[in-house]
Design a protein around this ligand. Sequence first.
Ligand code: BT5
Length: 319
Amino acid sequence: MNDTRRALLRALADGPVTGPQLASDLGVSRAAVWKQVEGLREEGFEVVGGDDGYAVASVPEYGGAAVEFGLDAPFAVEFHDSLPSTNDRARELAAEGREDVVVVADEQTGGRGRLSREWNSPSGGVWASVLTRPRLPPAHAPLYTLAAAVAVTRAARGVGVDASIKWPNDVMVDDAKLAGVLTEMEGEADRISWLIVGVGVNANVDPDSLPAGATSLRAEVGDVTRSEFLQRALTAFDTLTADPDAILDAWREHAATLGRRVRVETPTGVVEGRAVGVRFPGALVVETEDAGGEYDGHAGRSGGEVTIHAGDCEHLRPV
Ligand code: BT5
């Protein structure tokens, strides 16, 4: 999207505005304004001309301009009908020096989960990657992953879905997975260079086209307007990351894992017990039922408590 188109979207978001006013505000000719208005119409916007000037009568369900229109967060949106992976495209933009960009695709042909797993991304989902350059040390990066899970959970609750988070960052409805987060970054010892938080939300997709154990917004509450859903999530993410000290508490409020019996597969073994807390920068604290077990104790352990920094967590039935 070019700068004139973006400025036009901002101006129209505040209500009707005349062609001459737009031309003077944007510092372009009236013909250039008209060209951008036509461009918006081609993207599916209904732009009407009345006595007060141009006004937006309706916005398309999805697309770059639809997500940016009225977005209350400082992100530019790059939209694609299809991409291998929005995280991969965001990495290219990072290499070009960009920041505060969200890459969005209607479908992904090579969507990735953690540890090189596949992420099914049929048309109709919300597949998006946020590229930022937080002024933080790399050790703080997991907070951004937690913030993304909270943001998506809030957006899901906003459309009436009873979502909550399974540690570290799966958004669940009961035992079914609605969304996942994949964070990638590059940095030096003391400073993040770029951070990409990729979120995949099964929005307007049939669970039949997803792996077993997955659910979608369509299955839970019916189809949603994806541009509004993503706007809510992006605004929440921006608000949460503006105050990193508050992210853990926000995560705790939305978590289903705390207080549950869990089985966590970590890189150094399996831990079973009761999840009793989450600690900076996102580590799970599990009270183990027996001090022995398969776990070889590389992570911090004090008494019966084990602190786990990475792993796959399963919620067990209460005994
Ligand atoms: C995740 O990995 O949950 C992170 C998913 C991140 C996807 C987003 S989409 C936008 C951006 N671009 C990308 O290429 N990726 C990010 P993990 O916790 O490892 O879960 C992966 C596992 O979830 C898979 O092994 C499957 O079992 C399951 N799975 C795959 N696709 C799924 C889906 N659409 N819904 C629910 N579960 C799925």
